[in-house]
Design a protein around this ligand. Structure first.
Ligand code: TRP
Length: 439
């Protein structure tokens, strides 16, 4: 299969920590598995520029990059089959970040979750709104957009908290395409619904920020000790135990087959002692992890080898990034002064009329959306009780254009401001055309 016919799947891992079992179950294991699908063309990278936003300890950035790279390879990622690289080895990425910065509304970035959370926290504490907020944090979604758009990724597997960033990347892509012609692929977020959130030692979600993690490749003795520290209730051996709400059971389930899980559930009902259950959990995890642990250690012990693997990955990635960046520079006008200038607004003049699509959802209500000539959704309605009401709203948009928006706002979904600009220019096109056809 040629790369062109495969789905390009891309994801990044921020290099600020040591991978733990939660990362393994939630991201590494499913991603490595998916990377083996011959229909996908995988791009996996170490987001070390992103790491600088959160971490100002050089040694930690370096160490984490090594540990994460080694973890992915030890877990089965094959650098010959996928493109595996460090973000900071691709100078085209910060270059593209700037081009995207220039098509991204500042207001859109104001609404990005990470930035907004920092602002809300400052406001709640009575501090200056932007106290301790770097421009790096503010720009985080644009750098991420460049990661994704640079390699024309179709699918981006991420956690729920990242969906908004993928939507922003789509907006950046469509704004850029609108202004400068079709260059970018519009990416889609992929959320792995079936992957369990792993609880940590204290029963809350396993997360570095809760300090409740079990490192993926800790020495076996350490892992055994940490597993012994998982919270349980105080039921004595012999007393039946509930699987529901048991962190130990959930972690076991994430590693065990259906039969093994059922056997553990029976053991709970029959009153297995917590010490024995923990022993079984350790044995089950170690069965999967032990062979990889050795590979991991050999990679950690030979960082020069890891450098080489990652540099080869960067070379592969730059075979795409370098010519693409050349194309993009040309598109925006950063080009040789002797080339013949093409029209200033090619995309604008090519724009065809937007259309409306009406449909009914499972909830029984009637919806419509407005779609531009490239199939991009510009406007999404909420549900109407009758098709007639939906039709009336469409008619008003067609005749009144943007003037109809305020009074329809209750019936419409909110849109990002980039999409909003495109909406306005498309509505203008529609109403001006409407006027003409009526004459
Ligand atoms: N922001 C992502 C995270 O914290 C990491 C990341 C950086 C990423 N660039 C990306 C993920 C591009 C997907 C695509 O999880």
């Amino acid at each position: 299969m040629t790369p062109q016919t495969r789905t390009r799947v891309l994801t990044g891992i921020t290099t600020t920590g040591t991978p733990h079992l939660g990362n393994y179950v939630g991201a590494i294991r499913p991603t490595v598995q998916a990377s083996r699908d011959p229909h996908t063309d995988g791009f996996y990278f170490l987001a070390d520029y992103h790491a600088l936003i959160k971490c100002d300890e050089p040694a930690r950035i370096q160490r984490s990059t090594l540990e994460i790279a080694a973890s992915w390879i030890a877990s089965g990622l094959d650098p010959d089959k996928v493109t595996f690289y460090r973000q900071s080895d691709i100078p085209e990425i910060p270059e593209l970040t700037w081009l995207l910065t220039c098509v991204t509304g500042k207001g859109v970035l104001n609404r990005a979750h990470a930035y907004k959370a920092a602002v809300d926290k400052n406001n709640a504490a009575g501090h200056d709104t932007d106290a301790d907020v770097t421009a790096g944090l503010f720009m985080y979604p644009v750098l991420m957009g460049a990661d994704i758009l640079m390699f024309k990724a179709h699918k981006v597997p991420v956690g729920r908290d990242q969906i908004q960033h993928i939507e922003m990347a789509r907006d950046m892509a469509s704004s850029f395409n609108h202004l400068y012609g079709e260059h970018f692929v519009l990416p889609e977020a992929v959320i792995e619904e079936s992957v369990a959130l792993l609880p940590g030692l204290d029963g809350r979600k396993m997360s570095k920020s809760y300090d409740n993690t079990i490192p993926l490749f800790a020495p076996a003795a350490q892992m055994r000790k940490q597993i012994a520290g998982i919270v349980t209730d105080s039921k004595a051996p012999g007393e039946p135990k509930a699987t529901e709400g048991s962190a130990l059971f959930q972690i076991y389930q994430a590693f065990a087959s259906a039969e093994e899980t059922a056997a553990m559930a029976r053991a709970y009902a029959e009153g297995i002692g917590w010490g024995d259950a923990k022993h079984m959990l350790f044995e089950r995890i170690d069965r999967e992890i032990a062979p990889m642990r050795e590979h991991y250690q050999s990679l950690i012990d030979d960082p020069a080898q890891m450098d080489k693997i990652l540099r080869a990955g960067a070379d592969k990635a730059r075979e795409l990034a370098t010519p693409f960046m050349r194309e993009l520079r040309h598109a925006v006008g950063l080009r040789s002064l002797s080339t013949v200038a093409s029209s200033a607004q090619p995309a604008q003049t090519k724009l065809a009329l937007p259309s409306f699509k009406q449909y009914r959802e499972k909830d029984g209500r009637f919806y419509f959306k407005m779609v531009d000539d490239k199939g991009q959704t510009l406007l999404q309605s909420l549900g109407f009780t009758t098709p007639k009401e939906a039709g009336q709203a469409i008619a008003r948009l067609q005749t009144e254009g943007a003037q109809a928006l305020p009074s329809l706002s209750d019936a419409l979904d909110t849109l990002s401001s980039i999409a909003h600009q495109q909406l306005l220019s498309n509505l203008e096109l529609l109403t001006s055309n409407h006027g003409i056809s009526q004459k």
